[in-house]
Design a protein around this ligand. Structure first.
Ligand SMILES: Nc1ncnc2c1ncn2[C@@H]1O[C@H](COP(=O)(O)OP(=O)(O)OP(=O)(O)O)[C@@H](O)[C@H]1O
Ligand SMILES: Nc1ncnc2c1ncn2[C@@H]1O[C@H](COP(=O)(O)OP(=O)(O)OP(=O)(O)O)[C@@H](O)[C@H]1O
Ligand SMILES: [Mg+2]
Ligand SMILES: [Mg+2]
Lengths: 256, 256
């Protein structure tokens, strides 16, 4: 059964979607079967593969509201071995609608059923919040990757994030663990970047990926071409970094 | 009566807080009386002034939940003429609690009372979402400034953002208007930056501020020193840009 990994950080714009899209793609390119579930009403992960999300009738929203089974909503991306459950703005009603439901935090887990048996990895891209959609993603996941932008405000949110993880584990009887911390938009030449790195190291110890993601404009351009950067420009520093991250992730499985 | 301006964009990390903090400060330095209301549970605007937010008992949350009056929660910042209503993680319970209330979208407006009479400008920093806290900020505001990071994903969110503005105006009888679009993290040397600028210009026409905000690491460093960048390093390109924006904003008032 594939491991389900949520890409988590309530801080905006720290590279969750860019990580979900490029890490999922890099793993598929090495031959892994990968599913990416877009649980953000912004639908940026969906767009990152050139999928026109606005007219879609069958999305993560119709799965959560029990109009569709998840397997009927899965779309093949143009990357061999990589599937996606798409999202769009229809999902933004979900938090309020779901909040009245019994078992409102386990809805995604239940609707996923056994889908992880069809894949080596399932990634979940979440919105910049610690609200109900994010909690659903955490309950449905085995582990989390936490992208941290190497800047000051990124550090601030860490304590709140850790509190939510602890609450999900203790109250909802989950064995959720941190797969790793990923330094993103990391420029080791700046004092700010190095200082944040040091702070993160103190806070999380060895749980930091050796791979760090540099700022590389190609990562930001690729969505406008409808392709993940690791495919659009495989020689770019951003593509190389995410391919290294994929290898590092796979090597962690083998130690287990 | 001062104008109340929300800094709005559901896309994460596009510079809402950095704009709220530095624009408010630049106006105070020119002699305006300014209030900044932090309506984000992340509390980044509060931290941007070196305020220790975690222990605070009197915050925007206690105002919205009617435990405190807003005037009793206002704190002087270390900038002459600039006050703040602080926020912290306690606010993250608010969206769910408030969602059950009658008049749940007008709570902030009601709790602000006549406070705008004490200031020339009131700014509201909002979270990266189009949820209830953001809607409250919009209902309480006269206008919005929309920071747009000059990258592809920023364009995607525009249609959804405009839809929410239209709904707030029509259903909640508001005269909310767009003060201006602010290009942030803008590097005109990159093709991506120029392309996004062109797209934004097509979409919004002349409603774009002439001032644009460049990427400047000092803007990201300043919070770690507990000061807005326009005070911490007034010669930096980031400080100069926000001071120009303040002048541009004031010149717009005089045309009215
Ligand atoms: N390493 C990088 N180099 C250059 N640009 C990047 C990098 N990582 C992300 N970006 C760009 O920065 C912006 C924010 O990234 P992204 O959307 O992946 O973050 P996010 O955490 O998913 O944001 P949100 O909180 O809104 O979901 C996007 O325009 C993206 O293309
Ligand atoms: N012009 C700039 N140059 C360099 N860094 C910047 C600039 N503007 C913002 N930053 C940095 O980028 C990150 C995101 O900015 P900021 O927190 O202001 O965005 P935001 O829209 O308020 O994010 P959120 O959606 O999480 O509320 C922060 O680390 C900030 O210090
Ligand atoms: Mg995202
Ligand atoms: Mg902010």
């Amino acid at each position: 059964m594939g491991e389900t990994i949520a890409i988590l950080n309530q801080k905006g714009g720290c590279g969750k979607t860019t990580t979900a899209v490029n890490l999922a793609t890099a793993l598929a390119l090495i031959g892994k079967r990968v599913l990416l579930i877009d649980v953000d009403p912004q639908g940026n992960a969906t767009t990152g593969f050139g999928i026109e999300k606005n007219g879609l009738e069958h999305t993560i929203y119709t799965v959560l509201s029990e109009k569709d089974r998840i397997q009927d909503v899965v779309i093949r991306t143009n990357i061999e071995g990589l599937d996606i459950v798409p999202s769009n703005i229809l999902l933004s009603g979900a938090e309020v609608e779901l909040s009245k439901e019994i078992g409102r935090e386990v809805i995604l887990k239940n609707r996923m059923g056994g889908i992880a048996y069809n894949y080596d990895y399932v990634f979940i891209d979440v919105p910049p919040s610690l609200g109900l959609l994010t909690v659903n993603a955490l309950v449905a996941s085995d582990s989390v990757i936490i992208p941290i932008q190497a800047e000051y405000y990124a550090l601030e949110g860490m304590a709140d994030l850790m509190k939510i993880l602890t609450l999900v584990k203790s109250r909802l009887d989950s064995s959720l663990n941190i797969k790793g911390i990923l330094l993103t938009l990391y420029d080791k030449r700046t004092r700010l970047g190095r200082e944040v790195y040091r702070n993160v190291k103190e806070y999380f110890g060895d749980n930091i990926f050796k791979t760090t993601i540099p700022r590389n404009v190609t990562l930001a351009e690729a969505p406008s071409h409808g392709e993940p950067c690791v495919v659009y420009d495989e020689e770019s520093s951003g593509a190389i970094a995410y391919k290294n991250l994929a290898k590092e992730l796979i090597s962690m499985e083998q130690d287990v």
